[in-house]
Design a protein around this ligand. Structure first.
Ligand SMILES: [Fe+2]
Ligand SMILES: [Fe+2]
Length: 171
């Protein structure tokens, strides 16, 4: 059976997405470089959009938890390139930093917390993605990061505008 969302569900999710897109805390992610050319803001909203697309198609997901967690999964707000001690263990450490920041600035639920904490598994062996939402963020994050990494040499300023246009709405 093909799953779709009602117009009201779409409007509600879009509203939630837009509230993060223009949030002052979230805008700080634009200053965090990622995978050479990309930045944390673009990366996170890309992950969120793909997660929602896949989840709507499959059905049975908690879409608001999924959306919030996908947007906040890399909300660690530091540039590991600028500090050797941060570079060390960044892969396994940043989910915990992102979770703490997200709890402080957005008062997230425990379900959202779990998704953020497990998004780098297996680098974080103790934080296994248990929920289907966590499994999806873990998978899509890898997908987007790999794509960004492979495209990084071709990344130019004009791509940033293109990406910003792409992420400017959820649907
Ligand atoms: Fe991450
Ligand atoms: Fe990520």
């Amino acid at each position: 059976m093909k799953h779709t969302l009602s117009e009201i569900e779409k409007i509600e999710l879009e509203k939630l997405y837009q509230s993060f897109l223009n949030n002052d805390h979230i805008l700080k992610m634009k200053t965090i470089p990622m995978h050479r050319g990309s930045n944390c803001y673009i990366h996170s909203f890309k992950v969120a959009k793909i997660c929602i697309k896949k989840a709507v198609k499959k059905g049975g997901y908690n879409l608001s938890n999924l959306l919030i967690a996908a947007i906040l999964h890399d909300y660690y707000l530091y540039d590991w390139r600028k500090n050797k001690s941060l570079k060390k263990k960044h892969g396994s450490r940043h989910p915990y930093v992102a979770n703490e920041n997200a709890k402080k600035d957005f008062h997230i639920s425990s379900e959202v917390s779990e998704i953020i904490l497990s998004h780098m598994w297996p680098l974080t062996p103790k934080s296994f993605p248990k929920s289907k939402e966590a499994k999806l963020v873990n998978y899509v994050d890898d997908l987007v990061a790999t794509k960004e990494f492979l495209l990084s040499s071709r990344y130019k300023k004009k791509h940033e505008e293109e990406y910003l246009r792409e992420i400017s709405s959820l649907f």
